[in-house]
Design a protein around this ligand. Structure first.
Ligand SMILES: *Cc1c(COP(=O)(O)O)cnc(C)c1O
Length: 363
């Protein structure tokens, strides 16, 4: 296959075409560096300019206050599942977790290996199709932090606003909806996202942390696992993932210059998601949405068809329409359309029209 498809992969996921073109154009010689981005020191002037610009772009897009550090780490979001309790819950302090899907459950399982962790809410009984109302939260006012997953990538449920936690620092896994809308960073103690869903390629994870919380990182933690060491060294304590940070810098350039900021990105994301949910609602017996309507994700649209045969037929015919990677995760089944920032409106229109036709032909 030599043509690009509309790629609905959940991650690593589609990147904006202008970003890919820029990478291609700069592959042999990064301007001013005399070599490829893949071949230069992380302590060189050109790379220092790139990591500084990546951070400045994030600070500008999300209005990140000076009281927060921005870190570029490796190990993916899964390493954060361990680093968070190691750093933020020292001395056997207990942490609270909201479990609204597979990733939140994985975060809890890792935290339990480090110290005490409580379930403050779980929607496991209904196969993670919903989110808590404020009165359903069973919060520990003395918790070291409260961890939640703002968008559950596999189930397709997404918080529209942050849960209220009083004085307990809010820790958010924003891996699959990072940069899809503006945020008030001041509401969070720590927010993290691996880049490969919505912000860049695999290899870098962004951690935005209230500098006050850095005081909790104990000196006896292994160096790489200590947030304070990374913050004190501007993410250059060891060799950072230079290529991934370069691409993240280009993606954030694209968000600022081509899209025009996160308000505009959010409008586009809402438009795209609404198109697909309208089709689900038009054929409710045929397309059965996984998420309760009030909790639907703008990033991952999950639904089932009436039979496995129809699901297979849907996937095969979608491919003929240039629509790729729509198979749902095995724990939910059916179809998952991941429509991150880089999915063009045109791709969603093509999918919407295909779904309409497919329902009419097969319902
Ligand atoms: C993909 C994903 C992860 C896992 O990220 P890795 O980089 O593979 O460790 C964690 N949380 C959420 C919400 C995700 O979507």
């Amino acid at each position: 296959m030599s043509e690009r498809t509309f790629n609905f992969s959940a991650g690593p996921a589609a990147l904006p075409v202008p970003v890919l073109e820029k990478i291609r154009d700069e592959m042999l010689v990064l301007p001013g560096a005399g070599a490829s981005i893949l071949e230069i020191s992380h302590r060189s002037k050109p790379f220092e300019a790139i990591i500084a610009a990546a951070e400045a772009n994030l600070r500008s897009l999300l209005s990140i206050p000076d009281e927060y550090a921005v870190l570029f780490l490796q190990g993916g979001s899964r390493l954060q599942f361990s680093m968070i309790p190691m750093n933020l819950a020292p001395g056997g302090a207990s942490a609270d977790y909201l479990i609204t899907g597979t990733w939140g459950k994985s975060a809890l399982d890792e935290a339990k290996k480090i110290g005490p962790a409580r379930v403050a809410y779980s929607s496991a009984e209904s196969n993670f199709d919903r989110l808590p109302t404020p009165d359903q939260l069973d919060l520990d006012p003395n918790a070291a932090y409260l961890h939640y997953t703002c968008n559950e990538t596999i189930q397709g449920v997404q918080f529209a606003t942050e849960p209220k936690t009083g004085d307990v620092p809010l820790v958010c896994d924003a891996s699959s909806d990072f940069l899809h809308r503006p945020l008030t960073i001041g509401h969070y103690g720590l927010l993290y996202a691996c880049a490969q869903k919505n912000a860049g390629p695999a290899g870098v994870t962004v951690v935005i942390i209230d500098k006050k919380l850095l005081e909790r990182s104990a000196d006896n933690l292994p160096g790489y696992l200590n947030y304070k060491i990374h913050a004190d060294n501007d993410s250059l304590w060891n060799t950072p993932p230079t290529f991934a940070i370069y691409v993240l810098k280009l993606v954030t350039d694209w968000l600022k210059d081509d899209i025009g900021g996160l308000d505009k990105m959010y409008q586009q994301n809402k438009t795209k998601a609404e198109m697909l949910y309208e089709v689900l609602d038009a054929y409710p017996a045929f397309y059965q949405g996984h998420a309760q309507p009030a909790c639907r994700s703008l990033m991952n649209v999950t639904f089932r068809l009436p039979s496995d045969d129809l699901t297979a037929k849907f996937l095969a015919e979608a491919k003929e329409h240039n629509l790729a990677d729509l198979k749902g995760h095995r724990s939910v089944g059916g179809i998952r359309a991941s429509i991150y920032n880089a999915m063009p409106v045109e791709g969603v229109v093509t999918l919407r029209n295909f779904m309409d036709k497919f329902a009419n032909a097969n319902a």
